[in-house]
Every structure is written in C-alpha cells, then in structure tokens.
Write a protein that binds this ligand. Structure first.
Ligand code: ZN
Length: 385
C-alpha cells in the first residue's frame, strides 16, 4: 500500500525547544563516538504538561515515534494491530499519567543512502552527520524532495500502515546537534483518520498531498463502517458530533429572537482563563438568556441559562468530598431556582466542555450531558425544537 511521510507540529510534547532538547535522553551505544541507542524507549516517558493539553489526538515524538490519545488507540487496535508498541507517558517531574500514549512503530524501512564522503566512526560505522537535504545522496522510500534522486529500487509502498525510518537524519554539523527519524503512514489510514476528525498529522510534502485512489477509498469506507459498529465515536472527545451541532443549529434557528446584551467575551474568557464553548456563545447570542420548564419531566424544575457576564465559578469555594467532584472545574452557566446549578467542566485542550449538575444538598457534581448542545437537547425534552 502507498505510504507518505508524516509531518506534525514543531511544538513537541517530549522536547523543550523544537527537537533540539529531548527531555527523555537516549543512552550512548557506541563507546567510541557515543552514538545513541536509537531504538531504546526511556521509561518512564515524560511530557511537557502544557503541550499535552492540545485538542489534537495525534502528535509527533522523538525518533519517528508518535503520540496518540485513547480514541486513536482503539482505531489502531482494530486496523493496525501489532504494528506498534505502546507505552504510557507521565507529566515531567511527576508519576502522574497523561492522556497520551507513546506509539513506537515496530516495522522500519531504509529511506536513504548517506553521501559516502561523510566520515564514519571506526567502531560503530555511523556517519558523523546525515543532513537529509545535503548529505543524503539517494532517496529509497517515500516521496523524495525535488533535488534528491530516487535510488534504484525506490518505492513508497509497504506491507504496513505504520512504519518508521531506520535511516536517521541530523544537523549538517553532526548528529550530536539534533537527530531524527521519519514516520510513515499509509495513505488509506491517514485519510480514514481525517474522516474521523482526528487531528495532528499531515502529509509532509511541498507538493499536492496524495489523495486516496479507488481501492484506498473503498478500504476507508469499509473500515469506517467497521469502526462505527465497534462503537468508536466519529468526533473527538471535547468537540460536538455532527448530529449535536446540527440539532443545535436547528434549535437556534427556530428560537432566535432579538438579543440586546453586548458582553465583552474576550474579557470574560480572560477572567475564567478559558475559551467559552462556541455552542454556548451561539445560543446566548441568538436565543438570549432563556428558561426551560419541567426539565427531565420534573414539575417545577426550571433551568435558566445565564448570559456570559453572569457566569460564575462554582468549584472555587466548595470543598468536595468525592474524588470525581474534586477533579471538576465547574463554571456555572444555568441556575435552577432550587439551589442546584448546571456547570461546564472546564478542561484545557477541549473546545466543548462536558456539562455537570451541581447538587447543593450533597455538595457534589453529577455528569449531565456530553456538551452544551446535548444539554439543551435534554432541557428541551429531546424535541426537535
Ligand atoms: Zn561510533
């Protein structure tokens, strides 16, 4: 199957400064030149916490490895079984696990020949440097850059959907400046993940990206059905599903009225150090502060949506007994008239927050809806608006 080289964000979770300062250094393998053991996976594997909060579900790692979130793991377990080894990761300086797994492709491919004029170590035979642009003499795998000749036996086909280069690239000055390996993914798997709205990977090319051909498209459609049957969601955790988004648009359309209030959203977001969900802003912008009666078919249960300038942090001054409530960062967006209230569970790296119901009598939070749109749908009694 056709494979392409993957490019990812330069803000690596396992690096301090692009790929120049790895935070999980590799052990030396060669006693003479100190060349590292590139296949060693340091354990525990540490990540920069702020960078783990990206809403992406795929990210690049050192050495042709990559990071995935749980939903992608479920996809790869079905479609690329046995092609990677997975390792847990923890926040740098702690033993606390992150939501990301390190995926190490098991299959490797030789991708280039290094210019024979580069001096090599007498002990391990590795070249002193191997800059992909200027010190590789031939490309053997993938789409070669325009100025590099394709070597004999060149290919971009593999038996695997995921693989990394055994060939390494480095600074022109030496591998001790920076060193990297490339990650490759099949065209079909890359485009299937795009259809599932998985973000973080692109084809590395300055040319037009390769689109799936007829066979690859057929595979994608067949496997999407299989994943749907397996119950894997087609939208990222923390975003709206197409269905929820469509429902909310319909509701807003039939209930919109003239809304006077003009709040400074940016100032409010700065105050809460969080971006408000687009679904909520769309709703209050078009429908305004509104109340839902007899919520969940309970007589007298009224939920009143607050405007952005009425939002309030609910967790800040409450002491929660249970662990689940302690982990919630509640921002109240609807009151009930009987002391309970509805809150967004603000979690960094998410665009749409889960909705929790604060129960004032027991002083705890209860999960209520996956997102604001699903919450309004529940308030409206599951009606079509
Ligand atoms: Zn050596």
């Amino acid at each position: 199957m056709r494979c392409v080289k993957i490019s990812t964000s330069d803000d690596r979770m396992d690096c301090r400064d692009m790929f120049y300062a790895p935070i999980n250094p590799l052990p030396r393998e060669c006693p003479k030149c100190g060349f590292p053991d590139l296949d060693h996976v340091p354990q525990p594997y540490s990540l920069v916490k702020s960078r783990t909060m990206s809403p992406n579900e795929l990210a690049g790692a050192e050495n042709g490895n990559f990071f995935i979130r749980e939903r992608v793991r479920r996809v790869l377990d079905i479609l690329a079984q046995g092609q990677c080894t997975y390792y847990p990761t923890s926040y740098k300086g702690t033993s606390e696990k992150t939501p990301w797994l390190l995926a190490v492709p098991i299959h490797q491919v030789v991708t280039a020949k290094v210019n024979p004029s580069i001096p090599r170590c007498a002990a391990c035979g590795e070249p002193r440097s191997a800059h992909p642009g200027t010190q590789w003499s031939e490309s053997l795998f993938g789409r070669p850059p325009r100025d590099q000749p394709r070597g004999e036996g060149w290919s971009s086909d593999s038996d695997y959907d995921l693989l990394k280069s055994s060939t390494w690239g480095s600074s022109e000055q030496g591998w001790d400046q920076w060193i990297s390996r490339d990650l490759f993914m099949s065209v079909r798997l890359l485009h299937l993940l795009k259809k599932m709205k998985v973000k973080g990977f692109h084809e590395a090319t300055c040319q037009k990206p390769i689109s799936p051909d007829k066979n690859e498209s057929a595979w994608i459609n067949e496997k999407l059905q299989m994943l749907e049957l397996a119950g894997i969601p087609f939208h990222a955790d923390g975003t709206l599903s197409d269905q929820d988004a469509k429902w909310l648009r319909g509701y807003i359309k039939t209930h919109s009225r003239e809304v006077k209030s003009q709040c400074d959203i940016k100032a409010i977001e700065r105050r809460f150090k969080a971006k408000l969900p687009k679904s909520y802003l769309d709703f209050v912008g078009a429908v305004g502060p509104t109340s839902f009666e007899n919520v969940d078919e309970q007589e007298g249960f009224t939920a009143s949506i607050l405007t952005p300038d009425e939002l309030e942090i609910e967790a800040g001054y409450a002491e929660f007994e249970d662990e689940e409530s302690k982990a919630i960062n509640g921002l109240m967006f609807a009151t009930t008239g009987h002391g309970d209230c509805f809150c967004f569970d603000i979690q960094k790296g998410k665009k749409e927050f889960a909705v929790v119901l604060y129960k004032h009598e027991g002083n705890f939070f209860e999960p209520y809806a996956d997102n604001f749109a699903a919450c309004i749908k529940r308030f409206a009694g599951g009606s079509d608006g």
